[in-house]
Design a protein around this ligand. Sequence first.
Ligand SMILES: [Zn+2]
Length: 245
Amino acid sequence: MKKHWNETPLVAFTVDVEQDAPPYFSSWRGIEEGMPTLLALLERNGVQGTFFVTGETAERYPGIIMAAASSHEIGCHGYDHSRFDRLTMPEQESQIRRATAALQSTTGQRPRGFRAPNFQYTKNTLKLLTQAGYTYDASKARYHRAPANPGVDIVQIANVFPSSILRLPGSVSLPLLRFILKRLPLLVLNFHPWELVTMSGGRLDIRYATGAPATHRLEIVIRTLLDDGAAFITMNEAANWLRDP
Ligand SMILES: [Zn+2]
């Protein structure tokens, strides 16, 4: 595999779209207040991202998801953010089927990619995704143990850092991101709309620097990576490239 696509460092900016920091909160402030901020931030920087959306979110907030779908890729994030490693195979199948239908009826397009809630899945998840026509899976994280692929034809793309890294000051996050960008063919970043809303209560790593500091720091990271010459691509583009480099 070529180290870089056309020798350009590649970044995939992904967003998991669900209720606020499940299972710690049950509010939806991220969707109502964070999504408009996030969509505006990406638009003014010309960045196309990939939003992994739960079926429940698409049903509750179709207008916001349609707005995201007009500029970004929409992937599937299960129906109600249940952890797939705690579900039976029929329950997993039901989550995938209901979420796929909700996303397709909201956006008019069938999602191609999937990310399991909390990056937790089983070998059966990959089998079910292939049967449902998904071409890539983004449920792996480099900082989690992951089940092996049971031999099904699906591109797997691993997340590189927990989302909280993007809420650290740029003096801390940027050296780490640049280090990885020099060594991996693709830097996959992950974020949530609720991180752009001031969260109080819950674990420190969840509420740390949420709201205005996160918005400011995320924009610094994106602008610096763009200044470095990085290209932002969707996960579907990344999957096509990984399948046929
Ligand atoms: Zn999630």
